[in-house]
Structure formats: structure tokens, C-alpha cells
Design a binder for this molecule. Structure first.
Ligand SMILES: CC(C)(COP(=O)(O)OP(=O)(O)OC[C@H]1O[C@@H](n2cnc3c(N)ncnc32)[C@H](O)[C@@H]1OP(=O)(O)O)[C@@H](O)C(=O)NCCC(=O)NCCS
Length: 385
């Protein structure tokens, strides 16, 4: 019997550009409440997690769906820690990547390499994915810090197993143990960015997973998707803008010019949060504390002026990437590394979504509305004009 041919799209389908407002998955990881400007992980408000928890515990919460007992948390931290070192083979490859490469491209390449070096990469099931999730979450900071140091002409620093995930990340970047305040600031960053519903990179991870491809492939897709300026790279461009503005007195003219030219101001606007991004509010406070301590209040004054113009002219509030930019800068990350730090956090959420997708999988395959020419004949090459 011949196959029944399905023409796409069916007459009932309606094109929704950018899939805006379309529900394409179910998740129990995070609840993005755009109307009320709230974000909850497994039902717990992120503000509470920043105040009382830390990144490792939040990753456990996202992956296992509950807060760990003290023993479970210890085991979790130890399992994550042993994934930190980069193998000699991986380091060799990292050294071959030109230092002019954007750090997000280097991370994407290394993420894919981790899959090549794992003999069990091809096995696809939730248990195996969990093991791979520990691996990538544990090793991402080591890859990022090693690439940073190689670019600076310095030797990579081996992880310090006595330090927390956040403190060790800063230690591997700069070679000294961070102050408790700096550790807390990076830890807050890692918590606040860890998951966010069906954002573009998470969607990419779920689409890749939907084909029964493995976690390394799915996270590699996600890293590539995060790298764009409408998503994860906005933090880099927000900081570069603040630095380029240079002084609070230049801010209004700079932003007005961008808006007059119908350009986007990085770090503002959101597809879901139209009134307030709760993560932006958290970062505003962290940025204030850190910048005042570091004597860099000028960046805050510039940021305040940019925000003022955006609210007056467009009524568009800032998003997570705006005030988190000075936080990462004070922590010593160069702007082009900001998005890699985002990835080091979001890998926890991606992994949780990948496992969730595997537990109830259905191939993700939407339709395209065909708008090209209708049936035509093949014109022989010699007759073409
Ligand atoms: C995040 C973003 C892609 C969401 O976009 P969206 O829901 O698709 O909204 P649109 O891009 O369609 O914008 C709607 C309107 O607001 C304006 N707008 C949105 N964000 C803006 C920004 N950052 N700067 C200036 N104008 C902006 C658009 O120009 C558009 O105006 P118009 O209706 O007069 O044409 C968008 O706000 C943006 O590009 N922001 C800058 C990049 C960024 O910070 N990304 C990180 C997101 S966490």
C-alpha cells in the first residue's frame, strides 16, 4: 500500500514566527512566570536559592527534582569534583585551537571533543545522560579557564579539589583563591543562570535529544545556540557597550543614537518578562556591592544612565545580561568570556532538560510553510539563460 503523503503545513496550521507563545514541551525544572516577573526552580524562588543554597545543590535540585540530604549533597559534590581535571589528550587539543578563536567556539569544540573521548558517548538513556551531565558540568570551568590562560600566554592551572565549584573556577582563572565575597558572587551567577524554561539553547538541546542523539551532541547544539547575541552573548556586548560609553555623561547620547538608528541595546528586553526580569533585580544588588568594593562605581553610573534612557524612551526593562555584566567583569572575566560562564551555569539546566526529554521522548519536528515557486520543470543546462 502506498504511503499517505502529508503536505506541509496542513491547512489548519498557522505560522507562528519565532514560536512566540507556542507551548512545545512540558517541564518540571523551572517555572518562568513572565507576568509576575518570577522564576522558580522545582517550585523554589531563585532569590531564596541565591540566599540559602549554592550551585552544586541547585544542580542536584534540577537533576534529581528535590533538595539533597547532607550525605546526598556530599556524594554529589565529590562526584562532580572528580570530573574537573582535563585529560592530557583534551589539553593537547585545546592547545591546538587558535587563541584568536572566540571562547564560545573553543568551548563548543571542546564539548564535542568530550564526546569523542568518552567510549560510552553513544549510549543514550537517562542514567548514562546523568553520568555525562556530571562530566560536562564538572569540566566546563576547567576548559574555560585553561583556554583563557593559554590565550594570556600562561600555563593552565589544575583544579583545587578543596574548593567549591565557584571558588575553583576563579582559582583556575587567576591562580589565587578568591575572597568569600567573590566566590559568593560567582556562585550567585551560576545559580541565577542555571535554568530558564524553554529558552533557545535549551530548545536546541531538546530538539537534538528528540532524535535520540546523545547528551554531548545535545549540549554542543546548545552551546552553539547560546553563542548568539539575542541569547547568551548579550552579556558580552552589554559590557563592551558600558566600556565604550566610558563616562556617565556620554551614556544618554550613546543610547539615543542606537535607538534613533533602530538598533537593539544589549541587555534589555525579553521574550517572556515584559515588566521585570527577577534575575536582573538580583544582579543589580550584587553588582552594586561588588563595584563599590572594587572602586568601579563609574560602571554602575553608566549602567544607571543607560537604563534611564531605555525606560524613558522605550519602557523596556533590563534583563539578566545587563547588571550581570559588571559582576563578571569585576570577577576578572574578559567580556568575550562572559558567555562561556553562562554556559558553565546553564549546562546544569540543559542536562536536566535532556534527561526530561529522554524520559518522555517524542521527535520534535514542526512544519514549514512552503513559500517557494510551485511545480516547475527541470531546464536542461544548455538551455538555461
Ligand atoms: C531578547 C529579545 C530578542 C526579545 O525579543 P522579542 O520578544 O522578539 O521582541 P522584539 O525583538 O520583537 O522587540 C519588540 C519591540 O521592542 C524593541 N526592543 C526589544 N528589545 C530591545 C532592545 N534591547 N533595544 C531596543 N529595542 C528593543 C524592538 O525594537 C521592537 O520594537 P518595535 O515594535 O518598535 O519594532 C530582544 O529584547 C532583544 O533583542 N534584546 C537585546 C538582546 C538581549 O539582551 N538578549 C538577551 C535576552 S535575555
Amino acid at each position: 500500500m502506498p504511503h499517505k503523503i502529508k503536505k506541509e503545513p496542513s491547512s489548519a496550521s498557522k505560522l507562528v514566527k519565532g514560536l512566540e507563545g507556542v507551548v512545545a514541551a512540558q517541564t518540571s525544572l523551572s517555572d518562568v512566570d513572565g507576568e509576575n516577573g518570577r522564576l522558580l526552580y522545582r517550585g523554589i524562588p531563585i532569590g531564596e536559592l541565591v540566599e540559602k543554597s549554592h550551585f552544586e545543590e541547585v544542580a542536584y535540585l534540577l537533576w534529581y527534582g528535590k533538595l539533597p540530604t547532607a550525605t546526598e549533597l556530599d556524594d554529589f559534590k565529590n562526584t562532580l569534583k572528580v570530573q574537573r581535571p582535563l585529560s592530557d589528550r583534551a589539553l593537547e587539543v585545546l592547545k591546538l585551537i587558535p587563541t584568536t578563536t572566540h571562547p564560545m567556539s573553543a568551548l563548543r569544540t571542546m564539548c564535542s571533543l568530550m564526546g569523542s573521548l568518552d567510549p560510552r558517548a553513544h549510549i543514550v538513556n537517562p542514567e548514562e545522560s546523568l553520568r555525562k551531565a556530571y562530566h560536562l558540568t564538572g569540566v566546563f570551568p576547567t576548559i574555560i579557564a585553561a583556554f583563557y590562560r593559554l590565550r594570556e600566554g600562561k600555563e593552565p592551572i589544575a583544579p583545587d579539589m578543596s574548593l567549591s565549584h565557584a571558588a575553583n573556577f576563579l582559582y583556575m582563572m587567576h591562580g589565587n583563591k578568591p575572597t568569600p565575597e567573590m566566590e559568593k558572587a560567582l556562585d550567585a551567577y551560576l545559580i541565577l543562570l542555571a535554568d530558564h524554561g524553554l529558552n533557545a539553547s535549551t530548545f536546541a538541546a531538546r530538539v537534538t535529544t528528540g532524535t535520540l542523539s546523545n547528551l554531548y551532541s545535545a549540549v554542543t547544539s546548545a552551546v552553539g545556540t547560546l553563542a548568539g547575541e539575542l541569547h547568551g552573548a548579550a552579556n558580552q556586548y552589554a559590557m563592551e557597550m558600558i566600556l565604550e560609553i566610558g563616562s556617565p555623561k556620554n551614556a544618554a547620547a550613546y543610547v539615543n543614537k542606537l535607538l534613533d538608528e533602530k538598533k537593539k541595546v544589549m541587555g534589555f528586553g525579553h521574550r517572556i518578562y515584559k515588566t521585570r526580569d527577577p534575575r536582573a533585580e538580583a544582579f543589580r544588588q550584587i553588582a552594586r556591592n561588588l563595584c563599590v568594593k572594587a572602586g568601579k562605581t563609574e560602571w554602575l553610573e553608566i549602567a544607571d544612565q543607560v537604563e534611564k534612557v531605555m525606560m524613558e524612551r522605550k519602557n523596556i526593562p533590563c534583563n539578566v545580561d545587563f547588571f550581570s555584566a559588571p559582576v563578571l567583569y569585576v570577577l576578572g572575566f574578559p567580556p568575550d568570556f562572559f558567555t562561556t560562564v553562562f554556559a558553565a551555569s546553564r549546562v546544569a539546566g540543559w542536562s536536566g532538560h535532556i534527561i526530561e526529554q529522554q524520559l518522555d521522548n517524542r521527535l520534535i519536528r514542526p512544519l514549514a510553510e512552503y513559500i517557494g515557486p510551485q511545480e516547475q520543470y527541470y531546464i536542461p543546462r544548455e538551455e538555461r539563460k
